[in-house]
Structures are given as structure tokens and as C-alpha cells.
Design a protein. Sequence first.
Length: 561
Amino acid sequence: MDNEYMDSRQNESSLSGTGNFIHSLINEDLKGELNKVHTRFPPEPNGYLHIGHAKSICLNFGLAKLYGGKCNLRFDDTNPAKEDTEFVNSIEEDIKWLGFDWEDRLFFASEYFEKMYECAVLLIKKGKAFVCDMTAEEMRNARGTLNTPGTESPYRNRSVSENLELFERMRNGEFKDGEKTLRAKIDMSSSNINMRDPVIYRIAHMTHHAAGDKWCIYPMYDFAHPIEDAIEEITHSICTMEFEDHRPLYDWFINEIDFPVKPRQIEFAKLNLSDTIMGKRFLRALVEEGKVDGWNDPRLITLSGIRRRGYTPESIRKFCDMIGVSKANSVVDFAQLEYCVREDLKDKTPVVMAVLDPIKMVITNYPEDSIEMLEIENHPENEQLGKRKVPFSRELYIERSDFMEEPPKKFFRLSVGKEVRLKGAYIVCCTDFVKDENGVVTEVHCTYDPETKSGLNSSGKKVKGTIHWVSVPHAVPVKAMLYENLTIKDENAENGYVFNPNSLVAADNCMCEPSIKGARPMDRFQFMRNGYFCVDSKHSTDENIVFNRIVSLKSSFKPNI
């Protein structure tokens, strides 16, 4: 398959290419009067961003960059019930970590509350909005179904003057929560239920994270969002497919309020990852119930969680570009995300030796007091990472799984009578082993061949297996956090999944070579044969280093090349 064909194929759906359907729509717009592209990323500050938001971030900022335009960061803070400054700060940090810059274009929906109120008043004056006294339940019952029209509110034909007076009294705090709403007057018989006189303002006596107690009425998202886009002169409002049925309402508000710039809403399929729940309600429950270590728990698929785990921003951008954009909902294999992480780490991460489940090896014919400093490359394929000195002694730690009393065929590691090479050192032959009173192997005894030193193998002897090791007197004890899927399938659960109590296993007795000393939070290493690891930024200290396993070395994902 030639490279030219692959490039064209990738551009059909990738975020950075120019062949996907969003680029095609924008290109058509630019053939007309439009001479710029201005997008926005509009998160609600009611939780931490997750990997699904990364796709939207990369798409919106990427489109602006591709067309030489601009992208705003705007917080849709129209619901004070669950919003908090903590979430605002975390979202800003996540976007910067991903490598994007909104420059001086940071906005809040709450900055436009006065303008939104004026827009609502304009709709009332045009006879396009009315104050309604129906309860939420009454409105639901009167809304109709997909096959039957709705029933008009008995308050729908209030006079303009009465609606203006009532709406002002709503703003002044004269009514209780839920006592009245402001609704758009559109069409209760519309085939699109979203057009059946939707609520555009509700009463909520609560403190707003930014506006304080200035307001006791708040605009609904469907009303606020198009106004925000129009005020900021957004040209293309990119959102996920669940807003496709809301587009007629979006356009109705834009046209009725008659903004000079009329944004175009374009929908794309949101990111769905296999065996993963990204809903904020589910994530919030895990955090509030103490099942995870906060919003940045490395098991979570929040951006702060995967950052703490050790994922790189380059790998996330590559992943988002690889999965591309379309209108068809689909599920992306989690292995594809892990593949992108491995691809980014494999050539730039130094390799060290760390034993997760140690068992002692004694080289019986090696001098008891001898210590050798062996020179080992920091990466087998990247010479620029240099080399390091690793101490070698008579007693070593090896992985418990590298020894078997009764090995199966094609087991190329240690058992009595079998030989392996110790990475960067010698070939050893297993001669015996020791068990404790419970029958657990506690020591493996070997002999070494001094003529088989790596790089100086004068014997010419070769073996099929190579294992890693750590010198016992020089070993640095660390804690290694090993992760499984956060959720497991359960058909009886609301979302089809429940929390996996075995999602975290701590390897408390992990032993590392001494070069690991001085590792700082967020330093990444490849533990030879065990995966990629990152120093935890929350719990690790100089005296007690904690590592998070970023990803294992093996991948089940096969790129389509």
C-alpha cells in the first residue's frame, strides 16, 4: 500500500486532515461571504474534563489553527447548582497540558447574563416568549409525544405587558423556585419536541460561583448557548450529535434575536471508549463515595487522571487525530488509546530494571564481596539516551515468574538445569532452589560463567532467554501501582457496568536499580519487560517513591496500515 493512498485515506476522517465532513462544510462556507473561522470550546464547569472532551478540544482548536482562525475558551456556567471554581481551574490546566492556547479569549456565560436577559425581554416584546405558571410535571404531561402534538399552556396568551411585569418580578426574586418559568412561544404541534415552547429561564435562588447572589433566574442551556456564540461572533459551533435535534431551536433563537453574525451549528459523534464510562454523574459518584483517589485518580479517564498516570499530551492528540470525526456513533477500542501512548513513549523513555515481585537469586560461585559496575544502555534503540552504570553482586532479585520448578515446554527462563542471560551481565545456570515451611520458593541458586559477560562473551555461548535483575545490597524499594479496568460489566447495573474492586493492585515490594534515585514526579521510565511507569505526582516523596504503571508493553491493537 503506497504512502500517497494512506495519506489520502487518513484525511478522510482525521481531525488534522482536510477531507472529513466538517472541513468540507467549512470550505463551502468560505466560498461565500464568510472570510474567517472562529470556533470555541464551551465546557460546563461542573466536573473535570475526560478523554471525550479531549476530542472536542483538539477539534475546535485544531480547526482554528488549520484555517488561520481563532478558538475561544468559554465556560457555560449557567447552572449554579453543580458548578465550582475548582472545576474552572482544572479545565484551564487540562487544556494547557494538551498544548492549546486560548490567548486572551477566556469568557464566561455568566458575563452575558445581562445581555441574555435583554434578549429574553426582546422575545417577550415580539410576542415570542411568555411567563408560564405550569409546574414541571404539568409541562411534561402537556408536551405530547413523538406521534402526538403538545397542548398549549393556559398562560400562553398573556399580554406582552403582563409578561414583561412578571419576568421583571422573577428577576427581583418575588417568586419561589419552580413557581414560574419563561418559555419561548414557538409551536406546540411541531414534529421536533424541542420546538414545543421550551423553557428558556427558570428560577433558582442559589449562589453562583462567579456572579454571587446577583441573579435568582438563570437561562437554560439551549437559550444561552446560541446567544454566547453570537456575541463572540463564532462562525462554527461544533457540538456532539445529541444536539442535532436542538439545531432548529439554536437557529430560531439566532434569527429571532437577529444577531449580525449567525453561527452555524455542526454536529459530530462523541467519543465512546470500550469498557469505559465517562459520564460526569458516574465519575462524580466514584469521587464523592471515596472509591477513587479524587478526580485525578490514575484509573479515571479524566484528563487530570491520565496525566497523573503518565499519559503524554502528544499521545492524546495523536489518538484524537487517529480516530477522526464522523456522524456515525461507534465505540473505539481502549487498546487503540493505549497503542498511541506506547508509540509516543517507546523511543524517548529510558529503560531501567525493576523487579515487581522479587525472589532472591544467589550466584553461588560468584565472589561474596565482589561488586561490579556494569555499563548498560539506557535504551536499546536510542543511543542519544546514553548509558548508565549498574551494580552487580552475588545476590540479586529476579521476578518470581522467571523461575519454575516444573516448567512447561518453551519456557526459556529459569528452572534447575536451565540457563538464561542476565541483562547486561552473565549467563547463569540454575542449580538448586530453597523453599520455606509453606512450600514457597524463597531462593534460587545459580552458577555463572565468567566468560559470558555481555559485550565480552569469549565463550560464544548463546541462550534463548534474557531476564532483568536488581542487586540486593543496592536495591531501592518502591511502590508500583498496577491498574486494571475501573469498571466491569454487569447487566443489572444502570449503565451496564459496576465499579471493579480489583482495579488497583499495589506492588509494595518492588525493587529498582539505584539509578532510579532522584526521580522526580512525572518522570517516566520503561521498567524492562514490565511496562511504562511514571512517578506519581500526588503521593511520591524522595524517601518513598510511588510509580504508576502507565501502560503495559504489549498491545492488542493493530493499526490499519
